[in-house]
Design a binder for this molecule. Sequence first.
Ligand code: PLP
Length: 451
Amino acid sequence: MPQTKFWLPESEIPTHWYNMVADLPNPPAPVLGPDGQPIGPDALSAIFPDAVIEQEVSRERWIPIPEPVRELYQLWRPTPLIRAHRLEAALGTPAHIYYKYEGASPAGSHKLNSAIAQAYYNRLEGVTRMTTETGAGQWGSSLALAGQMFGIEVRIYMVKVSYQQKPFRRSMMQTWGATVLASPSMESTSGRAALAQDADNPGSLGLAIAEAVEEAASRSDTNYGLGSVLNHVLLHQTVIGLEARKQFALAGEYPDVIFAPCGGGSNFGGVAFPFLADKAGGRTVRLVAVEPASCPSLTRGHYAYDFGDTVGLTPLMKQYTLGHDFMPPSIHAGGLRYHGASALVSQLYHERLIEAVAVPQLATFEAGVTFARAEGIIPAPESCHAIRACIDEALQCKDSGEPRVLFFNLSGHGHFDMASYDKYFNGELEDYAYPEEAIIAALARLPKVPA
Ligand SMILES: *Cc1c(COP(=O)(O)O)cnc(C)c1O
């Protein structure tokens, strides 16, 4: 019987996170304030704990993982690396396909890796209340659980369309003790302004971020937690790639191509960065970020300074963006609907050290169903993006006869996304390519900064 799972013992949970910034070929672009001038770390102290701000700007290669965080990681880490023998057979490909299963976490996705760390640092610095936003609900669930573990009250602004479409994600957050508010809400000036313009505003991640940041900035007992995009979040997620490297050594293989779904970039960074360090050392691994054709920030966005939220409350970061006022069509299921991408991922893409592809919605569900029928696990719609790109590569290997080693991050399970699968089975989902006019128009609304 060929080996399927490559397990590591709990003692092999990484002791340090890997900081990609230490190995960037060029220094990161500075973060700018509203006046277009670089801001110092202290500008963030109203909403983040000092330890997190330190990580955000750190250039140290290895950052120790606090023992209480490692102990909570023990609840589900190390996650398994699985060889997809049955998927290979179903596709008839000579490729070797592996996936790392981050859906094994209690919250059902990779996001708990950072939530635990963020809640820990906030508690350490005496914070007892946190706000955040959530799109599809995975990040909100993760912070709800992490807050519960460290005795922090968590308030979650959930994008209204998801609040309505995914009631059980909401129940999950409530089970772990969090308060969930549909965004736009009447709780913030940003929310009230959005509702005044359009009472049926379906919400967006950028708008929910604005609401959560506004509340955190206005109260001294309250901090904010972000589930992706920022350097410290990508840092926390590197436990995925660090474990995977050891597991590939157990399997006696090394990946030729790595795929991860890319929204803000945290699970992509988490799985890819430790391998990118190997690439700098002479390995030839390709790293592919996979995004939806309906929200193609890397493949079709502008590389420019932009805000992280809709209203313009956050500092400006250089990133691939569709414009901070991007309003995704509410037809598209999934949590990859953010207008921008992590500054780190954007810079690496701009410098051509990583690749990106955009895939249409129907093809991603088709890939998810193929995967579920072969391997059993029902993937989150976000994860289906990586599966689509990986299957396409495996089919190319079939044509060329090359036995390449392919690896994707199965970032979460789809147990709370069955309504989306239902729509797919009922033929109610459509492909939607983000219109070129909207992308051009966004350019005109980017904040003006000195060159
Ligand atoms: C949030 C999420 C993603 C995408 O977000 P990133 O910040 O790019 O990691 C992908 N998969 C799942 C399951 C998610 O919950």
